[in-house]
Design a protein around this ligand. Structure first.
Ligand SMILES: [Zn+2]
Length: 348
């Protein structure tokens, strides 16, 4: 977390405490100064105190002072992040694509800065791709575009890049290993900071630069184990009526366990995890700047037939700056599938 966001949170926490403290102090002082107060007068004072509390809260809502508990979804209730159900893999909560009024609900300041983004990374810092796991390589030949494809412990790599999609599944036991917070492959919870260290560090750099231009980005969903994805997928299948029909419907928006990129620890979802994000100042900035930190829009617009997923402006995958620059394409992102000449289709 950057210094400025810590500062913002401290200020808003103090404010929130004052929302309670000021009316309570008023009430205590009132009772103290009017010891022989009549019940009627005390009730009146209580009413004033409650009104004061409501006014202070309203001011906070209007000013949109950011506080951690408002910014981050509670990931530890019901084992699933409140936003997770709307991931790649799921129908967006809101379909605001066509609305011209961009909902900039998460921005803490004005949105004009997004139209003229400050030049970030002037020294073009290089972010390297995350190294593949150690182990014996099993050669799987070449992709349609001639890239080397191989497996290590059941995990597929193309030209050194880990691939998890509808064609290439991850083993049930797979979880990222080089993380700041341990990623448990059997976890029943999601964990936002259980992603690879390089990914976390690059994200922190990007977040700091976004904050510097007045934008507010935050991870809403990071690592998800096979178990969590399995729970999510089965839930959707049941919701769609179960059986083969339910499965076919769920496949349109939910990843089958093992095929979700969230199990890799190389990706995360930002902010609201819905279509409206693309139209926010944050969404536009991320689309134009993520590549500078080694991130790509993994499921670009209009590439559903290649990636197997609808456009997801909020889902960022780390590949390092070298590949990210190639896929960026002036904001009209090229998919990994297209670039490497691989597919993303379930075998059926
Ligand atoms: Zn995602």
């Amino acid at each position: 977390m950057s210094e400025s966001s810590v500062m913002t949170e401290t200020v808003s926490t103090i404010y929130l405490v004052c929302c309670f403290a000021i009316p309570v102090l008023y009430l205590i002082l009132y009772s103290f100064l009017t010891k022989k107060s009549k019940k009627k007068n005390f009730a009146k004072a209580l009413g004033i105190a409650i009104c004061l509390m409501i006014i202070l809260f309203s001011v906070k809502l209007v000013l949109r002072l950011n506080i951690a508990i408002f910014d981050y979804p509670n990931c530890y209730i019901n084992n699933i992040c409140s936003n997770d159900v709307d991931d790649e893999n799921e129908t967006p909560k809101k379909n605001n694509k066509d609305k011209t009024s961009a909902t900039n609900s998460t921005s803490s300041t004005n949105t004009t800065s997004s139209t003229t983004p400050k030049k970030v990374n002037p020294n073009a810092k290089v972010y390297d791709n995350v190294k593949e796991n150690r182990g014996t390589k099993t050669d799987k030949g070449r992709t349609a575009k001639g890239y080397e494809i191989y497996e290590i412990d059941g995990v597929t790599y193309v030209d050194g890049f880990l691939i998890a999609n509808k064609t290439y599944f991850l083993p049930e036991s797979y979880a990222p290993t080089n993380t700041y917070n341990k990623a448990n492959p059997k976890a029943t919870q999601t964990c936002n900071n259980c992603i690879e260290k390089e990914v976390w560090d690059a994200y922190q750099d990007m977040k700091a630069d976004a904050t510097a231009v007045g934008l507010n980005i935050y991870i809403s969903s990071g690592f998800r184990s096979y178990v969590v994805q399995n729970t999510l997928y089965n839930r959707y299948v049941e919701r769609e009526g179960g059986g083969e029909t339910g499965k076919a419907k769920a496949d349109r928006y939910s990843a089958r366990p093992g095929s979700s990129e969230h199990q890799t620890g190389l990706c995360y979802d930002l902010n609201t995890i819905d279509d409206s994000f693309a139209n926010t100042a944050e969404g536009k900035w991320v689309n134009q700047n993520a590549h500078k930190y080694g991130f790509i829009i993994r499921y670009p617009k209009g590439k559903e037939s290649e990636t197997g997923y609808m456009y997801e402006s909020w889902h960022l995958r780390y590949v390092g700056t070298e590949l990210a620059e190639k896929l960026y394409n002036d904001g009209n992102w090229i998919s990994m599938e297209e670039y490497f000449g691989i597919t993303s289709k379930y075998e059926e």
